[in-house]
Design a protein around this ligand. Structure first.
Ligand SMILES: [Zn+2]
Length: 316
């Protein structure tokens, strides 16, 4: 009896393999299904298939060609901030529609749809946390929310975070990605550039460190303000960084622009960016930079040396 069951089990297993081999629906269809399921990821750059789990383990950087896939704000915070140290700030701040703006649809509807779809209230997350034990204030923009555009909420959250950092004497890190100012809030969006820049100036006056990280793409009013005001400006490989779009510039100056125009690499060549850091090395690089810029505590041997030189000069 048991034998019978065993042989039936074995037969069904063999059938399963045979069917699998036979069903020429085959690898291509199966592959497509598995990509759709999110099990596998096809690299947009080199086309190589990677197991999504492996890609995530490599911080969404293609293992084959190094292509940096976009990551959302939550994932970015997970990558940079030590576990259980993240304290989000101003999560209650909601965008409003002061101009009653309407393009193809009302701005207020657009906001509601975005909030429902993505589960974010606006395009930035801010908070305090630790990077390898070093306290920082971190802002992370999220491109999924209206192209990471900067409206009143993005401006206000970043400003409050920078002010907190100044009070606590923390370094500020902002991961930038943005299509620019949010046109639906008109002038109120443009004002955020000056507001954030002023907060950063006060942070700088207090001799504190600010590092923006420019990721793909960083453009418009964000580039024209806080993205370019860093003490040390880092970028991710191949990120597009610019103010106006390539096509607009080409049409204006009536010239073809070089292939690598507005790439992180081109900006590094021209001194707009201080270094290009692959995502997998970002946390370590930040740790080193922040550690280097920690205020030096007055070491006991310095005090001793000072008192010795004082007493020797008194003896003369
Ligand atoms: Zn690739």
């Amino acid at each position: 009896m048991a034998n019978n069951e065993e042989s039936r089990g074995l037969k069904s297993l063999l059938d399963w393999f045979a069917n699998r081999r036979k069903s020429g629906t085959t690898s291509l269809e199966r592959q497509e299904r598995e990509i759709a399921d999110g099990l596998w990821h096809k690299c947009a750059k080199c086309g190589v298939l990677t197991y999504t789990k492996d890609l995530k383990a490599n911080q969404m950087v293609c293992v084959e060609c190094g292509h940096h896939n976009r990551v959302d704000s939550d994932e970015r915070i997970r990558q940079l901030i030590d576990q259980n140290t993240w304290k989000p700030m101003d999560e209650h701040l909601r965008p409003t529609d002061p101009l009653q703006f309407r393009d193809r649809k009302p701005y207020s509807d657009r906001l509601r749809e975005m909030q429902d779809k993505i589960g974010l209230i606006d395009a930035v997350k801010t908070g305090l946390g630790q990077i390898n034990g070093l306290p920082v204030a971190l802002g992370v923009m999220d491109f999924r929310f209206m192209g990471g555009s900067m409206g009143s909420v993005v401006g206000e959250k970043l400003t409050r975070m920078i002010e907190q950092a100044t009070q606590r004497r923390y370094p500020v890190i902002i991961v930038c990605t943005s299509g620019g100012a949010r046109m639906q809030e008109g002038m109120l969006s443009l004002m955020q550039m000056a507001k954030i820049s002023a907060a950063l100036q006060r942070h700088r006056d207090a001799k504190l460190l600010y590092i923006p990280i420019l990721t793909h793409p960083t453009t418009g009013g964000v580039t024209a303000s806080f993205a370019m005001l860093g003490d040390i400006i880092l970028a991710e490989p191949k990120a597009t960084i610019g103010f106006a779009g390539r096509r607009v510039i080409e049409q204006t100056i009536r010239e073809k622009l070089p292939e690598d125009f507005q790439s992180a690499e081109d900006l590094l060549k021209h001194g707009f960016v201080d270094d290009i850091v692959p995502r997998t090395q970002l946390k370590n690089t930040l740790t080193q930079l922040i550690a280097l810029h920690q205020p030096i505590p007055t070491a006991p041997h310095m005090v001793l040396w000072e008192s010795m030189s004082l007493s020797s000069s008194a003896a003369e």
